[in-house]
Write a protein that binds this ligand. Sequence first.
Ligand code: ADP
Ligand code: MG
Length: 435
Amino acid sequence: MSDSLTQPAMGAGTAAVQGPSSTAPSTAPGLAGSPSAAPAQALPGDLAAAIETGACIGVMGGGQLGRMFVHAAQSAGYQVAVLEPDAASPAGAAADLHIPAGYEDATALAQLAQRCAAVTTEFENVPAAALRQLQALQVVVAPQPAAVQVCQHRAHEKELFMRAQVPCAPHALISSASAAASPAHQALLPGILKTATLGYDGKGQQTVHSAAELQQAFAALGGTPCVLEKRLALRHEISVVVARSASGDAVHLPVQQNLHRQGVLAVTQVPAPDVDAATQQRAVQCALQLAQVLQYVGVLCVEFFVLADGSLVANEMAPRPHNSGHYSIDACDLSQFQLQLRCLTGQPLVQPRQHSAAVMLNLLGDLWWPMGAAAARTPDWAPVLALPGAHLHLYGKAEARRGRKMGHLTITAPDAQQARAVALQAAALLGLPGF
Ligand code: ADP
Ligand code: MG
């Protein structure tokens, strides 16, 4: 069959999308006329050829997503090299080789290319130029630099949503103080002003209610290009992780329901307790559509809002595994990191099956600082680990700063009700709010 999308069924045993990328519509890749719009990079011809076990895989970035990829790749018999400037990083500590250098260091990139059969990224802000340099050195790079670049810029991301006919929030690009002062943006108020690049975990955003606040916020965010989005009444937040191979096969994890606190993911529940099957299907369809339009190779996560009227709006994409997909390690027969590895190494993609209901709680550095504490202390894990189905993941970060992602706890159970009940017990033991 062609690369066109089939409507996937939800839950266990959902449909995979298969087909050669060569049958994709000619309009598919790239967005003309902007940096994000460069035609999708042709991947080296041998991308579809399987990379054998024992080979070394490279990762750009040393954070926890890289660390969990290292674990998945090593347990499948691969070696991993991590390029990361920090001397002590979660992924660097776990990797077979840590190259301590900046992401654009030519010598380090040459070393990575020389050592590795393929390279991926664990964060979206890796400079696209570095990925292109790796490609020029004849190493397989996935996802493609152009796709990573789209995800680095909120306006380009939204252009892609519109091109792929995936609904997104009403918005405008604001690149100058005079644009911030324009009365044309009145319809987007109250809105959220977000820096176009480099925002994460709610950082680089301000809510604005008036034209005056918009101008102040633009200045406060440093006068850097921003996207003003209409503030929407969110009923729920969900996300979908899809994985797409070089040959155009695509699979996905079940829809995740996410709760954010202060702009940071706090809780993920799968199956999504409050979102109907039809909405979930639409979200999966949209995520697969975006992967196809990008001719994407790798794991892609798309975040969505479900609005009060039940409609679905795409929020943003991550060209990598995602915090909301961590539960898949313990609750699915293929995790998002195993999917990332399979895409990169040209191994078969199989539709993952969720075998346990799951609730994931993010563990932020605040937990290491109980009220009034003079120094950080490790939380008492024993009572949490005494709960049935508790899977504790810690990222090996030495310093527990407030707001810093230190680890996560996944509770698995035979059904969603039990997973939630145990997760609420875990939250209470840790001093986290309920959900
Ligand atoms: P980040 O890159 O920091 O994750 P997001 O754009 O995902 O930035 O915004 C973080 C959170 O802020 C979202 O998960 C959502 O809770 C809220 N948010 C973002 N945009 C909107 C919007 N247009 N309307 C209402 N809430 C929003
Ligand atoms: Mg987000």
